[in-house]
Design a protein around this ligand. Structure first.
Ligand code: SF4
Ligand code: SF4
Length: 81
């Protein structure tokens, strides 16, 4: 089972994770991202890909997908350096 946590201390409130989540797991609640119905998560990691603050943590996603995420974040950092 996949667990999703949003680190409120890191989150900058852009709500891009809400826009990209294809299954409505992350919703806009009072202009903050809120995880609802986590069992609907398909592990696509789109939310993490768009999160500039790296505030979204997942548990239970296959390790190769985490490597893809890491590579993506490194590329994202390189683009902004
Ligand atoms: S994409 Fe990241 S920073 Fe933006 S609202 Fe979602 S968790 Fe917060
Ligand atoms: S991994 Fe995909 S389905 Fe799961 S919460 Fe993030 S965007 Fe939504």
């Amino acid at each position: 089972m996949i667990r999703i946590e949003i680190d409120e201390d890191r989150c900058v409130g852009c709500l891009e994770c809400v826009d990209v989540c294809p299954t409505g797991v992350i919703i806009n609640k009072n202009n903050k991202p809120f995880v609802e119905n986590a069992e609907r998560c398909i592990g696509c990691l789109s939310c993490s890909y768009v999160c500039r603050a790296d505030a979204i943590k997942h548990e239970g996603i296959h390790v190769e997908e985490k490597i893809v995420k890491s590579v993506y974040i490194e590329e994202k950092i390189e683009r902004f350096v």
